[in-house]
Ligand binder design. Structure first.
Ligand code: BGC
Length: 371
């Protein structure tokens, strides 16, 4: 849509027609700071439709906002940073009133965010932090470092590290362009590093970063299941072909865990016999089903309903010019600004707690899980 602006309540007929036809959003005069709640339009930019969680996040938030009477423009960027950049630029040009953005590459959006700031469009960074710009106003997420800490602690609890009987552990990192991935690995490394140092844990593949910052070398771009599967296959073929025991795999999330589990299955690993402890995050349906089949030991559940509710509340407070509630002392530094943040708490879910945490709370039905 063209970069035309008009006064609220006085939308011209051609503009209204263009909006209706293009699914674009209504305009707001660049100089206006107060948002008219009755006509507010919220732009939502999500990374991709190809991973289960973002579909859920996008549709949840969209529903909450539209149920409250706001108009929205929900866009997915196919995991392509350039596409996300231009989608956001278009939303800014179209004059959305608030932007909610889950970035693909946390460092690449700064110029689009600066454009939003120049038009007084408040920006809420969703789940992942947008870096390198002071144009963002708020951040809402789960405590990402804690996610990794939970995964590391889980492995330690299960494997009971002892240098006189070393355990074989393979490590995976998340997408190198995702700021959350560093947090996940950092949290896990806080717990695991000492056991690699003592020799209680070892990786036959040798894919162990020298320190927390080296995690990108074991990162899987785009959080892609197929890439994780092929990396696991290579490691199994190269380092475990002689029947060496694999005790555990640190997988930072469920999409990677799924690929890893497929590689294990194909290589003849069997639950109850030689299946390693595999970690995950998100509570994706396929992974929960694998948990019920003992192919994945845990997932760190981040209830997207809770995140959606909180993001909705923050947007609603922004639009109504109310005080936006944040978590005290939990600002995240994005390199240019200490961003006021609302932080939610993740939770470990295992086979034993699937019913209580995921079914009884209505996240999945028992039928959906084939249970
Ligand atoms: C999210 C995770 C998700 C991953 C891949 C991360 O930024 O925090 O929940 O598994 O992206 O989509």
């Amino acid at each position: 849509m063209s970069n035309q602006f008009t006064r609220r309540g006085a939308l011209t007929l051609p503009l209204l027609t263009a909006l209706a036809l293009s699914g674009c959003v209504a305009a707001r005069p660049a100089s206006t700071t107060a948002i008219d709640p009755k006509n507010a339009v919220v732009g939502i930019s999500m990374p991709t439709k190809s991973l289960e969680r973002w579909n859920r996040d996008g549709s949840n938030l969209n529903k909450l906002l539209t149920d409250a009477g706001y108009r929205t423009s929900l866009q997915y960027a196919d995991n392509k940073p350039d596409m996300q950049f231009s989608q956001i630029q278009n939303m800014v040009n179209d004059g959305v009133d608030v932007l909610v953005i889950a970035p693909i590459d946390g460092t690449m959006l700064a110029p689009a965010i600066e454009a939003a700031k120049a038009k007084n469009i408040p920006v809420l960074s969703y789940d992942r932090l947008i870096e390198g710009t002071d144009g963002i106003d708020y951040y809402v997420s789960f405590d990402n470092r804690t996610v990794g800490t939970f995964q590391g602690k889980f492995l330690v609890d299960q494997l009971k590290p002892n240098p006189s009987s070393p355990k074989n552990v393979e490590l995976f990192g998340g997408s190198p362009d995702d700021p959350n991935a560093a947090q996940f690995f950092g949290g896990a490394w806080d717990i695991l590093a000492e056991h690699f140092e003592s020799g209680a844990f070892t990786s036959p593949s040798g894919k162990v970063p020298k320190n927390e910052d080296g995690w990108k070398q074991i990162g899987i771009l785009g959080w892609d299941s197929a890439k994780a599967q092929s990396e696991m296959q290579t490691r199994l073929n190269s380092f475990y072909a002689d029947g060496k025991k694999l005790d555990a795999v640190l997988s930072p999330n469920d999409s990677l865990a799924l690929g890893i589990e497929q590689a294990l299955e194909a290589r003849g690993f069997r639950p109850g016999q030689n299946w390693p402890v595999v970690t995950g995050q998100d509570g994706d349906k396929a992974n929960v089903m694998n948990m019920l089949k003992d192919k994945q030991a845990m997932t760190v559940f981040k209830d997207t309903r809770e995140l959606g509710e909180r993001a909705f509340t923050m947007v609603d407070q922004i639009i109504k010019a109310e005080t936006v509630e944040i978590s005290k002392g939990k600002e995240y530094d994005n390199g240019k600004k200490k961003v006021p943040t609302f932080l939610l708490t993740p939770k470990v879910v295992t086979k034993d707690t699937v019913k209580k945490d995921l079914v009884d709370t209505g996240f999945y039905t028992a039928e959906e899980l084939g249970a």
